[in-house]
Design a protein around this ligand. Structure first.
Ligand code: SF4
Length: 919
């Protein structure tokens, strides 16, 4: 039905304007007149309307000359034909009175304070025409002590105007509920936790409260400096795959502070503490600033860029001539841009002449890419973050979103707190578990057994969407027959989860109008990782949860650009755009495009590269931004591989554990100093814009790769982000419509068609491969589970925490290292009692590969027999104990199942509160 446009019209001070369904008066006025046209105090665009301060009051009438009444515009819905008067004498007087009363209980010097350019109260006071306050100053909270207990968060609550924006930000955005309004009337005040300091409270330092506060009563340690900013640049966070947009305030070449853009579709004025605060690594004194060349005595000597390039060209040419291109390999970086990854694989394939190119997707989501390609035809998230608002059931499998993907985790939490049922499938009690309706706390390494049970329960309950399966999928019979043959009692024993518990969750998922699954490395980093991904895909297909809003299979990608690194061809079997390198037509296509022959032999995956180095087949390795010694499993083996190489080039920003083995180190620039694109976990290609110039002596990785291509005589233009993106768009079909300009501020989700038409939901009419393919697999006990016995009776599983990122080279050089100072080992109270271990004690963690020492946390977050730790600190070097088991299809390492033991070493006291929360 065509709607009569006149029904969508209202008037602002006599002018007709069109409104949108659901508008409040304030939304409507902001859109047509600009934010600030009507003054506000308790309102913020990222928060729900509140209607407390009444500063946004306007007069309204249902007809032009009808009776008027005064309403708060922020929470009053608009009606057709409504007349809004924003500047009547009545509302001007009302606003002025309100602001004047607010100011009586506020430090009066704020009105004239010159450094408070971030103070909205000052702006509002000026707008309503206040130059002084007629009443005696109140003293209700002017004496509140400042809180400087936290490395990032501060409070000076004498400036507080009790607008509750901080409380609402903590509740509505992060969902942490740390802040609250305590007391009534004149005694009302904001408190943290049980009236604690920031450091002692449960604050996760996301900074949403500080960004929401209109007076900097709650602020962050960087924000006050942003008043000096001469430039603000929008870019994308370098840490996780959520891909939060950031507004970076700079002065000259100094980054002053970071805020979250309110209009960002990805993160809606939100970040975690890494994106907002953990940026000080960019000019840390430890940054590499000169190329380094290893000397014959083993020491490094500083060199010029020319000398370093000459040395590289001479050595790689020698090795290629003596041993062939296949004696050279490259490992690219999910931390680098699409353009840089693209150039890296181009160099390895079309200059070195080998398919020996891989990236860290190998050690995280390669099973997702492989498994989803087999099921759907595309190895990427089927839906968008936006779909969270439309789903009726959330299933989180082997992921810990509030720690690993914090902004998406908070968004999920918000949706779940509004009543959407949550299913968590995880061996640990992750932070989301208290919000979950179903927690299937399975034994590590039994995902396939559990998901087979899950699918069988859907089948038994008659909840298969047969029409969807018949029309859109193939090979259902094989899957159905496999499910029918399962022995559920046996699977119950294997997984440690009762059939009835699984059945209740399966029925919840299958009967929801729209169910959305999210998975992480707890799915992929197993010997049956890719098979688990295909099973998750099966479950989505059998319930029709594909191709519409609020459904789908959505991998939570770990690193900022791990999706993009694989899209750009940084994997041995597929080139840029996921074309199979063993296909003759593909080889011809690349040969024609680049003007040099495409390699024909299969390349090595990362674990195969290490083995080949030790066997003497791989002579030279080029690492762009990867610390494989600290982050890859079985660190002894990785070190041995690094030592075995004739020539190792490392392109890095810090001297990492891996860089210590290099023959040449090239000092690269950080994300704040470069331009290009990152692709986030929802396939959104977003512009990364340089906020400052590269630190003196360093170069962006894209420039380094272009200069190296040129040094080898390849006709490569100098680096420009738009130039390389234009080249990518010519060879990668799903980037065809992407240009630097049309990516804009919000980016575009691939596949991007000509004209910049992007794709929020994939597989809507048909799957990328035509029909969705069902696969059936039996559960298989992994090698580590088999060795789990008398010598190594525990199962160790590893992961990440909120405050640190992977090898921690960046976060350990920021205030985050004051919040979490080391890796910890979690163990169950029953095991702790048996082993006489208490929280804070030093313990020895051992496996068949080696042993490390850690501080213990005793917690029921893990079941008896299970241990958990992170791998962020080189001092602990947890990967000395992880093993060589890997996914059978992709060689993704099995970080999640390690047969291990733990022993008491010495008594100690816990160092930091944050890690004691679950004790
Ligand atoms: Fe960065 Fe991820 Fe945090 Fe967003 S959620 S700020 S992308 S680390």
């Amino acid at each position: 039905m065509v709607q009569d446009l006149s029904t969508l019209t209202a008037f602002i001070d006599g002018e007709p304007h069109r409104f949108e369904t659901g508008d409040t008066l304030l939304n409507f006025i902001d859109r047509h007149k600009g934010r600030g046209f009507v003054p506000t105090l308790c309102d913020a665009p990222q928060l729900e309307p509140y209607g407390a301060c009444r500063v946004c009051s306007v007069e309204v009438a249902l007809q032009a000359d009808g009776p008027r009444r005064v309403v708060a515009s922020c929470h009053t819905p608009i009606a057709p034909g409504m007349h809004i008067y924003t500047e009547s004498q009545k509302v001007r007087r009302l606003r002025k009175n309100i602001v004047e009363l607010v100011l009586t209980d506020h430090p009066l010097d704020c009105l004239t304070c010159e450094v408070s350019g971030n103070c909205e109260l000052q702006t509002v006071a000026a707008k309503v025409g206040i130059r002084g306050v007629r009443y005696p100053a109140g003293a209700n909270h002017l004496d509140r002590a400042k809180d400087r207990s936290h490395p990032y968060m501060t409070s000076e609550l004498s400036k507080c105007i009790n607008c509750s924006r901080c409380v609402r930000a903590c509740d509505e955005i992060q969902g942490q509920h740390v802040l609250s309004m305590h007391g009534r009337g004149f005694n009302a005040k904001i408190i943290k936790g049980l009236d604690q300091s920031f450091a002692d409270s449960e604050c996760v330092s996301c900074g949403a409260c500080a960004q929401a506060c209109p007076t900097s009563a709650i602020s962050d340690v960087f924000f006050s400096k942003s008043i000096e900013a001469t430039k603000k640049t929008r870019t994308v966070c370098t840490y996780c795959g959520v891909g939060c947009n950031l507004n970076v305030a700079t002065k000259g070449n100094e980054v002053l502070s970071i805020q979250a853009p309110v209009d960002a579709e990805v993160n809606h004025a939100h970040t975690c503490l890494k994106g907002r605060f953990a940026f000080k690594f960019y000019n840390h004194k430890d940054r590499l600033r000169k190329p380094l060349i290893r000397q014959s005595d083993g020491s490094f000597k500083e060199s010029t860029w020319d000398e370093a390039y000459d040395h590289i060209v001479a050595n790689l040419t020698r090795i290629k001539n003596e041993h062939g291109g296949n004696a050279v390999a490259g490992i690219s970086s999910a931390r680098c841009t699409n353009e840089e990854n693209y150039l890296m694989q181009k160099f390895i394939r079309h200059v070195m002449g080998t398919n020996n190119i891989d990236c860290c997707a190998r050690v995280c989501h390669s099973p997702t890419a492989w498994g989803m390609q087999k099921s759907f035809g595309t190895g990427a998230a089927t839906n968008s973050y936006e779909d969270i608002e439309h789903t009726r059931c959330v299933m989180v499998i082997g992921a810990n979103p509030t720690e690993g993907h914090p902004v998406t985790g908070a968004r999920l939490k918000q949706h779940i707190m509004k009543g959407t049922p949550l299913i968590v499938i995880d061996p640990r009690k992750i932070e989301l578990v208290p919000y979950a309706k179903h927690h299937l706390q399975l034994r590590p390494g039994t995902n396939v057994a559990l998901l087979n049970m899950f699918a069988r329960c859907i089948l038994d309950a008659g909840l298969v969407k047969t029409e969807f399966v018949r029309k859109r999928c193939e090979n259902w019979e094989e899957f159905e027959n496999g499910l029918k043959a399962l022995d559920l009692a046996e699977l119950e024993k294997i997984t440690g989860v009762a059939v009835e518990t699984v059945r209740a969750a399966a029925i919840e998922y299958a009967s929801a109008e729209a169910a959305m699954s999210f998975h992480g490395l707890g799915v992929t980093e197993h010997e049956q990782g890719a098979k688990t991904v295909m099973l998750i895909s099966n479950i989505a297909m059998m319930t029709g949860n594909i191709g519409r809003p609020g459904v789908g299979v959505n991998p939570l990608r770990g690193q900022n650009n791990v999706q993009g690194a694989a899209d750009m061809g940084c994997q041995p079997h597929q080139g840029a755009g996921y074309f199979e390198m063993n296909d003759l037509d593909v080889q011809k296509r690349y040969t024609d495009f680049y003007g040099t022959p495409a390699p024909t032999e299969p390349g090595w995956k990362i674990p195969q590269m290490f083995d080949a180095a030790i066997e003497g087949k791989l002579k030279a390795l080029w690492l762009m931004g990867e610390d494989v010694v600290q982050t890859d499993p079985d660190a002894h083996h990785v070190r041995h591989a690094m030592e075995s190489l004739d020539f190792l080039v490392v392109q890095e920003i810090f001297m990492t554990e891996t860089a210590k083995y290099a023959h040449v180190i090239l000092p690269a620039s950080s994300f704040l100093e470069k331009s290009g694109t990152f692709t986030n976990a929802e396939r959104r290609v977003q512009r990364v814009n340089a906020t400052v110039k590269p630190l003196e002596g360093t170069k962006p990785d894209g420039q380094i790769m272009c200069e190296i291509l040129q040094r080898f005589g390849f006709p490569q233009a100098d680096y420009t982000p738009d130039g390389v993106l234009a080249e990518i768009a010519k060879i990668v079909p799903f980037f065809k419509g992407a240009t630097w300009e049309n990516l804009g501020d919000q980016g575009l989700q691939w596949p991007i068609k000509e004209g910049g038409i992007d794709t929020q939901i994939m597989h809507q009419e048909q799957f990328a491969r035509g029909k969705g393919h069902f696969h059936y697999f039996d559960w298989k006990e992994s090698t580590e589970l088999k060795t789990n016995g008398a010598e190594f009776p525990f199962i160790l599983t590893t992961g990440r925490i909120l405050e640190h990122y992977n090898c921690g080279t960046m976060t350990r050089r920021t205030g985050n290292s004051e919040i979490v100072v080391q890796d910890y080992l979690s163990l169950n109270p029953a095991d702790a009692q048996r082993k006489s271990i208490r929280t804070g004690d030093r313990v020895r963690l051992s496996s068949a590969r080696g042993e490390v020492e850690l501080e213990a946390r005793v917690t029921d977050e893990v079941k008896p027999g299970i241990l958990y730790t992170t791998f962020h600190f080189p001092e602990a070097m947890v990967n000395n104990v992880t093993g060589q088991g890997c996914d059978a299809d992709t060689m993704c390492p099995e970080y999640k199942v390690i047969a291990a033991d733990v022993e008491f070493v010495s008594a100690g006291k816990p160092k930091k509160k944050r890690m004691m929360e679950m004790v």
